[in-house]
Design a protein around this ligand. Sequence first.
Ligand code: IVH
Length: 670
Amino acid sequence: MTIPTDIQLQASNLRDIINRFNHLYYVTDNPEVTDSEYDRLFKQLQQLEAHYPELLTADSPTQRVGGKALDKFSQITHALPMLSLDNVFDADDLHAFDQRVRDRLNTTNIQTYAAEPKLDGLAISIRYEQGILVQAATRGDGTVGEDVTENVRTIQSVPLKLTGDNVPDVVEIRGEIVMPKAGFEALNKQQIADNKKPFVNPRNAAAGSLRQLDSKITARRPLAMYCYGVGEIQGIDLPKTHHETMQQLAQWGCQISTELQQVTGVDGCLSYIKQLGEQRNALSYDIDGVVLKIDDISLQQRLGFVSRAPRWAIAYKFPAQQEMTIVDDIEIQVGRTGALTPVARLQPVFVGGVTVSNATLHNQDEIDRKDVRVGDTVIVRRAGDVIPEVVQVVLSKRPDNTVKFTIPTQCPICQSEVERVEGEAIARCSGGLYCPAQRKEAIKHFASRKAMDIDGLGDKLVEVLVDEGLINDPADLFQLTTDQLSALERMGEKSAANLVASLEAAKQTKFARFLFALGIREVGEATARSLASHFLTLDALEVADEQALIEIEDVGPIVAHHVVTFFHQSHNREVIERLLKVGIVWPEELKRTSDSELSGKTIVLTGTLEQLSRSEAKEKLLALGAKVAGSVSKNTDYVVAGRDAGSKLNKAETLGVTVVDETTLINWLN
Ligand code: IVH
């Protein structure tokens, strides 16, 4: 069938437009059309091609979705071999390299270098004939690689057709295929969700994705390509410098690194290396160093090669972010909320620029997934300031007689029961205040402003008191004497007396505050208030079962479980008993009358109140069953406007919400 010329033209226009939009989106990061407009054009082209299959061309963007799966990759001999690079690791080695270059060129001139990131991916060579992508091959042994054309076609930042002027008859464009960090994280999340093994790092993920026999799989993987050189070229002369050659590639629509720079001499190289090293973690892809190339192509040609590496380029390697070491032990750390974290004690290893001897194993699920055992050889990764992580066990190096690791069922610090709520990854010690590991944090919480509000008892002092053995739990606080306190370093008699006085004052509290202060898991201020106003007395709450708790507004099965477990532990009950014995009291909780005018109303406080503080007003409103919100919406019932009320008042007026003054508020509260 002959295809009408206008149809041919339409298809060719669509291909060019879509390819241009692709380039704008994936290479320049500067989309010019909406997704829906793009999809519309794409569909139009697909329909044309379905109707006239002869229209299909190799550069059609519809071909990026992947095609028929292969049995195996065929081999391709590179027109020009793909070289590797020699490495240097410090400034001295770099100086020596530069000296060798200048000796060979018989010059004392300071050299201009093209400096660029050393991307941590896989080398690729892509052949374009008359501007059309015809073949893509992996590096292989440098001479013969594998034909991965179908896979490379699916990578959006690889042009299917070169654009612009000066397109050569034949060109082999070389570069690195990488998986950007964000794409890698997302892919691994998906792998775990699908119960598949996550990839160890972006490079492995890129390699695994590129070497799929089914290009439809590759098409779904977030790969990108950055170009860094040219192999065979026919039909045109390339520019005279590497730097300009890269600009030419960019004009043809290829993606080049935005970090590319021309620098002068070794000093220029070193400051570039320093700068890129600092940026390393912020880059969107992994790099493992800097590549420095003599910029002048004629000098490159004079320098030539030695074995498989050019004499005109060198890789300055950054410290590895991944190394192998041995797990000497697995210990359990108990955090402030009782969370049990397994930590691998490692034989010290230099990774990511520091010596690492511990790595978190996160939780039991992670241990099960990686099956990390004492005695295992593992790969440890530390990228930037991220906490070192065990990414994989090297199974081939596993010694005999290792055993699976399981988090203990009793807290290693206080022997309390360890619990793990269904659906949660973290196991926790149920010891609460009784567990020394949790003690300091629990006491700090107990004393904090929104809990028992003990004036003058800061975090530092809590630590000192525990370290000195003066207190073990919150009840001990109330037995402290002025003598004991003033004997502490940097504690005068006056401050000691003040603290004892504020401890005395803090004994008068509210039931809700007391409940919140106990630090029951998942029981925040609001839940504590709900529990207090529902149960009215501690006795009633202590005997409530999960069913009774779930019936309360805002209390779900997890909170209910934590509350029951807490009161179930005898040591928690003992501490409570002692707290009551030392004189902690609260006024009897009054049952909220559901006919209270404010019950269920949403109120926003704004501006400065004269007769009571914002938090006092809030507490009283809550006690009357009102909800106190932070911002005004159409669901707000009243806005209480104090002095100098600003934007919230304006918003209330715009939305037609009733605004009242402080006097009205006081009337309500009385
Ligand atoms: S140039 C003739 N430039 O590093 C020199 N290579 O260790 C050929 N690589 O196989 C390589 N980023 O896969 C060059 N900006 C860069 C690079 C780079 C990463 C890789 C490349 C090569 C390996 C050599």
